[in-house]
Design a protein around this ligand. Structure first.
Ligand code: TRP
Length: 348
């Protein structure tokens, strides 16, 4: 076997719902590859970050932690290769965050393009919860607590990595140290799949997602109901491939690219019906989802084992964060175990 690369890879998801095929092509497939390439992989279920805009919907976050865990395991994320853990089970992450907050200004957070965008979407204005505004700082904590140098993310997360590296450089410079490591993104090629209705985004509220946990019949029904080119009324009419989600999904999943290109040309010319194209998609997609369903069936009936694994793994991971926190505290001058004269430590 080839030698594994030594960089530390860390990424995470906010548990706010089940994962869909957009997550699968956008990030999970990449993680499957990375776990075979790199020696150290962390995968965080970022429940605290999910709470920053779902604090009154804890039930959803809680349930999603388990759903997301099942989705990971079903897809073949291997706990032997990837340490899956729950963010809130690592209290050190919160300590890192509090320490970093002293080095980041309000103006800087308000300038973060992703935060800015999301604030507008949610119409937060001045009523933005501090926890929400601060999530780039907490993400810097997630990354640096494990000395991660590679972070697989979508491009909307690049401002978070920039913020992370700013904190890293700032602290390293001012405390004349190299305890903190800068990180780099690993961007996935496919960042987003449209919804089955042709909407640019798959989202639960639009009811346009195909979930990894959907059974075969549900997937089949969703494909049959997919939006295509609205002007492609008769089979012999020329059809549009661009903006046609059936072809976008085929681009993402179909292994036979040559034949797919022929089909696209045929569709454009006219004479290729939507029903046929959808059947092709159905075949390709079910073939990809079937092994995922089979794996899910193995543990879905026994949640205890999966959850136990998650808690055990979180405990192990926590030790790393503890060690790194102590190093940072020493640098910042608040590791009292080494800094305080004995007479004071006796009183602690
Ligand atoms: N913000 C990320 C998202 O929305 C999730 C996340 C939290 C994350 N902490 C992270 C990603 C650390 C990478 C590294 O998907």
């Amino acid at each position: 076997m080839e030698e594994l690369k030594q960089e530390i890879v860390l990424t995470g998801d906010r548990p706010t719902g089940r994962l869909h095929i957009g997550h699968y092509v956008g990030s999970i497939k990449q993680r499957l590859r990375l776990q075979d390439e790199y020696a150290v992989n962390y995968l965080m279920i970022a429940d605290l970050q999910a709470l920053t805009d779902n604090a009154y919907d804890v039930g959803k976050v809680r349930e999603s932690v388990i759903e997301v865990l099942y989705d990971y395991l079903s897809c073949g994320i291997d706990p032997e290769k990837t340490a899956i853990f729950i963010q809130s089970l690592i209290p050190e992450l919160t300590e890192f965050t509090i320490l970093y907050m002293n080095f980041v200004t309000l103006a800087r957070l308000l300038r973060n393009p992703t935060v800015k965008n999301e604030m507008q979407l949610r119409e937060f204005d001045n009523a933005v919860p501090i926890g929400f505004l601060n999530y780039p700082v907490s993400q810097a904590a997630d990354i640096t607590a494990f000395n991660a140098t590679l972070v697989p993310v979508g491009d909307d997360q690049l401002p978070m990595l920039e913020q992370t590296n700013e904190i890293v450089r700032h602290i390293n410079f001012h405390f004349n140290t190299d305890v903190l490591k800068e990180c780099k993104p690993i961007l996935s090629k496919i960042t987003r799949l449209p919804g089955t209705d042709g909407n640019a985004k798959m989202s639960k509220s639009l009811n346009n997602c195909i979930y990894l946990s959907d059974d075969a019949e549900t997937v089949s029904k969703k494909i049959r109901g997919m939006y295509t080119d609205p002007n492609h009324l008769r089979v012999e009419d020329p059809g549009k491939v661009e903006g046609n989600p059936v072809f976008t999904y085929l681009d993402a999943f179909d292994p036979d690219k040559t034949e797919l290109e022929e089909w696209k040309a045929h569709y454009r010319r006219g004479g290729l019906g939507d029903v046929k194209v959808k059947r092709r998609l159905e075949k390709v997609l079910q073939a990809e989802l079937e092994p995922i369903r089979e794996r899910r069936a193995q543990f879905e009936g026994k949640p205890d084992r999966a959850i136990e694994m998650l808690i055990e793994s979180s405990k192990k991971v926590r030790k790393v964060a503890q060690e790194n926190l102590l190093k940072l505290k020493t640098v910042l001058g608040i590791n009292y175990e080494v800094d305080i004269p004995p007479i004071y430590t006796e009183r602690l």
